[in-house]
Design a protein around this ligand. Structure first.
Ligand SMILES: *[C@@H]1O[C@H](CO)[C@@H](O)[C@H](O)[C@H]1NC(C)=O
Ligand SMILES: *[C@@H]1O[C@H](CO)[C@@H](O)[C@H](O)[C@H]1NC(C)=O
Ligand SMILES: *[C@@H]1O[C@H](CO)[C@@H](O)[C@H](O)[C@H]1NC(C)=O
Ligand SMILES: *[C@@H]1O[C@H](CO)[C@@H](O)[C@H](O)[C@H]1NC(C)=O
Ligand SMILES: *[C@@H]1O[C@H](CO)[C@@H](O)[C@H](O)[C@H]1NC(C)=O
Ligand SMILES: *[C@@H]1O[C@H](CO)[C@@H](O)[C@H](O)[C@H]1NC(C)=O
Length: 412
């Protein structure tokens, strides 16, 4: 009935074409000082092998979010590790069952990592996992899910690039759910192309700090218009034993000691080369597809909600978990006994149907209360009754006798 989304926005770089790994050797041979890649994760293993072997500092817009077998000893990732933020959001909204849609090679790894991060006392059930090709693909899939199971709530984690994510949600709203109640869309917005800009800034800053400290560090590296490494020309990939980049450790150290302000926030790195002390905006998309910032998440402080007057947040109605008696009266088409389909056994409130039943369901769902629908004992709306202990009979009498809610349409 209602859909909930989390978008894990990935950075808008072209995904790895394999080209970078093929080119590494010739790059090294030209005598580079630091490798900067626009490649996303698929080339990771190859790049890690090269850069670890040759002690080559490597700045990536996005190293893998997840565990990997081969740590990047000389790597720096501009993109923060945000999976912990996703877990916190899921826990905050108490999602117990998710549909996970992803569009990149490492989608399943991330999902696995999400499982690892959820603790034993929080059971997260993944109902459906599917790789999507594009927004159209995602939207038609969601439509299938809906027609197969129109009643339940669906909590969707959309792990795809920011553009696709927004398109999927906007189309979904316009497609099936416009005019229906209870929308709630969540996006985490992570800075996109800005990471590349900040990456350049990080490199410039690190080199200028290094040169300030050791002005002639590179003096022996430039000779006759060529770049030399510890006495030999360039770095020859194919020569054994390998000659690692002589300043690789030092440069990596300076890169990881960055402390500047970028357009993706304050930039500093952990010893393993991942961002630390960063924050992420948690956005909610309203039914009008306006975006509102509802919280901010940081690796140090966790999730911080903005005050409710800024943005609607989850509020307790104070009525949760209580059972209320709802009293009503049989009156077509507002409340009728439901005719059971052959083989069906109707129980509880489901023995009834009609507008009043739907209304009671809606209210109960909204306030998160339980209710028992009962017919008023004397089948009347109620009037003053001298024989009744409370002076009234019918529904009005029930109300006075502290039945919780009376649902009906009073006749004019
Ligand atoms: C989306 O992906 C599907 C499935 O791979 C493909 O058939 C379709 O042509 C794609 N549509 C667009 C607009 O790229
Ligand atoms: C440079 O080469 C010499 C041997 O030629 C070696 O002892 C030294 O460790 C190398 N330096 C670096 C930083 O690799
Ligand atoms: C960045 O650091 C400055 C202080 O150095 C602080 O005032 C600012 O709030 C920080 N920004 C973020 C996004 O954390
Ligand atoms: C986080 O960054 C702020 C400045 O932006 C700094 O004052 C603070 O000490 C940092 N915290 C940690 C734990 O590194
Ligand atoms: C309602 O019940 C659930 C599960 O028993 C519990 O986690 C939650 O805190 C309760 N809410 C209130 C407001 O008591
Ligand atoms: C109707 O009467 C029965 C017993 O006479 C009582 O148990 C029940 O609570 C009454 N209905 C309502 C809605 O109060």
């Amino acid at each position: 009935m209602s859909y909930f989304f989390i978008l894990l926005a990935t950075v808008g770089f072209p995904s790895g074409s394999g080209k970078d790994s093929v080119d590494v050797c010739s790059q090294l041979n030209r005598g580079i000082f630091t490798l900067m890649s626009s490649a996303a994760d698929p080339t990771y293993e190859t790049l890690a092998a090269y850069t670890n072997t040759f002690h080559m500092p490597f700045l990536s817009p996005s190293l893998p979010q997840t565990n990997f077998d081969r740590p990047m000893q000389y790597g720096i990732s501009m993109k923060p590790q945000y999976l912990k933020a996703i877990i916190d959001i899921i826990k905050y909204y108490e999602w117990k069952s998710i549909i996970y849609l992803y569009d990149s090679d490492d989608g399943l790894l991330k999902l696995q990592h999400i499982f690892e991060l959820t603790t034993d006392d929080y059971n997260l059930d993944v109902r459906i996992v599917k790789r999507i090709a594009n927004a159209t693909d995602a939207n038609s899939f969601l439509r299938e899910v809906e027609s197969a199971d129109p009643e339940s709530r669906k909590y969707v984690v959309l792990d795809c690039n920011a553009e696709n994510g927004k398109t999927i949600i906007v189309r979904h709203v316009h497609d099936i759910y416009m005019g229906r109640r209870n929308y709630h869309f969540l996006l985490t917005s992570l800075a996109a192309v800005a990471l590349a800009y900040d990456g350049t800034k990080v490199i410039l800053d690190a080199y200028s700090r290094l040169l300030k400290k050791k002005p002639d560090i590179f003096r022996n590296n430039f000779r006759r218009g060529e770049v030399y490494n510890n006495g030999t020309k360039g770095i020859d990939c194919r020569k054994l034993p390998v000659t690692p980049w002589e300043h690789g450790d030092k440069i990596t150290h300076y890169l990881r000691k960055t402390d500047i302000r970028g357009i993706t926030g304050n930039i500093s790195f952990s010893d393993r080369g991942y961002r630390k002390n960063f924050s992420i905006d948690v956005m909610e998309m309203t039914i009008n597809t306006d975006m509102a910032k509802i919280a901010s998440w940081s690796d140090i402080t966790g999730m911080e909600l903005f005050p409710p007057n800024y943005k609607r947040v989850k509020v307790s109605s104070g009525l949760e978990n209580k059972t209320y008696i709802v009293t009503s009266i049989l009156e077509e088409p507002y409340l009728m006994y439901k005719r059971a389909e052959p083989g069906d056994i109707l129980e509880g409130n489901d023995v009834f149907e009609g507008y009043c039943k739907d209304l009671a369901d809606l209210i109960a769902d909204h306030l998160k209360i339980n209710y028992v629908l009962r017919l008023v004992n004397d089948s009347a709306y109620g009037g003053q009754d001298p024989n009744s202990p409370v002076g009234w009979n019918g529904m009005v009498g029930e109300l006075i006798k502290k039945v919780s809610v009376a649902v009906s349409f009073f006749k004019q």
